[in-house]
Design a protein around this ligand. Structure first.
Ligand code: PLP
Length: 352
């Protein structure tokens, strides 16, 4: 018997979403291609150049370089790897806020760098003073998050850039989730706002591409060269990606989604998602829950564990932050009707 894929009608915690129809179609057409072998698959390789050009435009990077990764985890790991290769020390460290994604733990583990985790402030943004105290001559990389996984917060990227430069460290911005909504906000998060060296920005999250389509952008080609290894049996001479064979479906769907949606479609979606987040925050507040205000389309609220469990039992795919708050991500598939139905379930539970 064939299993049916997950339906999205009760999914409120995922940072992935249903691919846009043009992205789905492109993914299907390029399913059997491998951009890891450009000599054999030149069409998808050309599409990847288009993907990077568009990602660069979204992230304010002139003359962009990078590649379509398997996701934010790979992009973050590769950014740490570049910084480690660049660092003028055999004992490099990476300074990041506690709000950074757990992929950095994997990166530190695999790459053997020391991870220095600094606290966030009352608004869940990195504590700048703590970063200043933490960096030293062995700091290879400072990480800022533009759209945190748990609260959707944006770290002060320009200030982090200044701190990084003072100790000759690189600056990586993790905009894996936030990168496709931040262009429509006033936040200073991208290459044009700060001396950003590398960035994670994932089409398969808010970009509405099919999985796997992550994005690694680097300020200049020499940074990508730090990752390159020789490829003796291929027609191309070097490969900078972490994986060898890669998904042409991800690349093609990323291009299709961005060509269709950048900028107007993404702007419309951002407005819709942000309005939904504010509506939900308001509804939860009115019911007496403590809510972390959504600066981006992500709501966290202090809902008791028993209520959370009962909602999950009713089929809602929800998750909790590290400190136990309910966390809802207003992705493109999350409609006002879904949220209203969720709140109605919450009301039914609270009556008992
Ligand atoms: N960075 C951030 C900010 C994320 O929210 C996530 C995942 O949600 C990642 C990185 C990891 O991305 P992926 O799961 O695509 O590897």
């Amino acid at each position: 018997m064939q299993a049916e894929p997950q339906a999205f009608d009760r999914v409120l915690s995922s940072m992935c979403t249903e691919p846009h129809p043009v992205a789905r179609d492109a993914a299907e057409r390029f399913l059997a291609t491998n951009p890891g072998d450009p000599g054999t698959y030149p069409t998808v390789t050309a599409l990847e150049d288009e993907a990077i050009a568009m990602l660069g435009e979204i992230a304010g990077l002139d003359d962009p370089t990078g590649y379509v990764a398997s996701g934010g985890t790979e992009a973050n790991l590769q950014a740490v790897r570049i910084a480690r290769e660049r660092a003028d020390t055999t004992t490099p460290n990476v300074v990041m806020p506690e709000s950074a994604h757990f992929s950095f733990q994997k990166a530190a583990d695999v790459l053997g760098v020391d991870l220095r985790i600094v606290p966030t402030d009352a608004d869940h943004r990195v504590d700048l003073e703590a970063v200043r105290t933490c960096v030293d001559a062995e700091t290879a990389l400072v990480v800022g998050v533009a759209g945190t996984t748990e609260y959707g917060r944006v770290d002060p990227i320009p200030e982090l850039g200044r701190v990084a430069r003072e100790v000759d460290a690189m600056l990586h911005v993790d905009a894996a989730w936030g990168g496709f909504v931040l262009p429509f906000t006033d936040h200073e998060w991208n290459f044009s706002h700060a001396p950003v060296d590398t960035m994670a920005i994932d089409p398969h999250k808010m970009g509405q591409a099919a999985v796997p389509a992550g994005g690694l952008l680097v300020r200049s080609a020499d940074l990508l060269d730090e990752l390159a290894v020789d490829t003796p049996y291929l027609e191309s001479t070097a490969q900078a990606t972490l994986t060898g064979t890669r998904s042409g479906a991800g690349v093609a769907s990323a291009v299709a989604a961005m060509a269709e949606l950048w900028p107007t479609g993404y702007r419309t979606q951002y407005v819709r998602s942000q309005n939904n987040a504010e509506w939900l925050a308001d509804a939860l507040e009115k019911r007496g829950y403590e809510v972390v205000e959504p600066t981006l389309p992500l709501v966290a609220a202090d809902v008791p564990r028993s209520t959370f469990d009962a909602l999950r039992d009713r089929g809602w795919r929800i998750s909790r932050t590290g400190t136990g708050e309910l966390r809802i991500v207003c992705m493109p598939h999350v409609s006002r009707e879904m949220l209203a139905s969720f709140v109605a379930d919450l009301d039914r539970l609270e009556v008992r």
